[in-house]
Design a protein around this ligand. Sequence first.
Ligand code: EPU
Length: 441
Amino acid sequence: MPLENTYSEEKDVARSTQGDSFIIKGLSGEHTLEGDISVSGAKNDILKIMAGVLLFEDAVHIENVPDVLDVVALSAILEEIGMSVENIENGIVLKAPKQAHTVLPKDGAKKLRASVVLTGPLLSRYGSVSFPHPGGCVIGARPIDIFIHSFELMGGTYTQDDTHYTLSAPNGLHGADIFFPLASVTATETLMMAAVLARGTTIIRNAAMEPEIQNLAQYLIACGANIQGVGTPTITIVGGELLHAREKTYTVIPDRIEAGSFAILGALSGKQVHITNCNPLHIRSLLDIFDRAGVAYEQDETSLTLREPREPYRSISVRTHEYPGFSTDLQAPLTIFLTQVQGESLVFETLFEGRLRYTDDIVRMGADITMFDPHRVLVRGPKKLIGKDLEAPDLRAGLAYIIAGVIAQGTSTVRAARYIDRGYSHIEKRLQKIGVDIVRA
Ligand code: EPU
């Protein structure tokens, strides 16, 4: 399905006036969903190359652009710092300015965590960057100590006032041997990009290995960067000159979190749900959970099919982990799945201490979930869920609420749709196509 890809603040407003809630009529556990559902480009891929354009001398054309609010928000920040952002027929074209404003707008940058990724290319190319604490989903503390420490190792100097952090390196950054105490996704992307224009060699140890990082690095390499080891925990970057796209297009990879969430929905309510435009290899950890829980699926290189189960699903304990382990971004949808399986399942959220709070609402819907501490819950199933009035606490839990609404008995309202729109493109229209009774109101 071709997705719309024209962005503007007007469109943002138009969408919110269309309604900030979803109303879902539940299937009471029936398996009736049927048809094809297409996966969009990944939010957490496109946002990083949009920042990466700051490493380029020439314009970068990005395709498979998801129509999501985070792209609108980042486009606005980029325009404010001087980048040109142009919507074209099959994507967007961005071009970095010769001189950029290196103070990130406070309101814009607080809207999304990915704004922090701008710090690497800005500091390394333009010699300074000031930015507020980056916002994004409220799922835990989300500190930036790894970024600051790494920039200091590369020769950046750091100051802080009431509203902004400031880093400067008027003579450019130099290479460094950096060890990350945690395999942070955005820190890996940010420091890798900073190192592309730094003098000498940078080694990032205990780097994150997410597919989005690999896609970004492969493109930078194709455009002249010297990066080795991406997809392993040790990345080595030899710094050099500005990169040249020379009309090589950046293709955003399919959103693995969306694919995984659709697969969970298919397992719970599908008669036959065919998920297209995805890469099942990127959700290998979820498919392993499916194998052990007894979920039947068929896959090829770009699609996944879920069918009605022949026997009840089995309980399974899971812990979130950096890629290729089970993604924290799929934890909430999977917990909804576990409310419907036979027996007790332990869910251990290892990354973010605020990412199980949503379970209170699922308990209100009738689930049997006990929280041991902010990182661990026990789910006992199966329990029938009853439709409720809910408010999406963040993007990923928001989609989990929609899934809960689909399997529940009766009607659910999921408010604060704007969080879901941050990362999922026209979700209600795509779900309607496989038979979900969902409207925006
Ligand atoms: N951390 C620190 N210090 C830092 C940076 C991170 O302690 O300076 C900690 C975090 O608090 C967390 C762990 O490191 O405990 C890993 O977090 P990471 O930095 O990898 O998360 P992130 O880069 O902020 C990205 C995604 C998240 C996704 C996580 C984990 C983007 C824009 N965001 O966040 O996506 O959950 O990686 O995979 O890429 C979402 O899309 O809804 C979302 C929250």
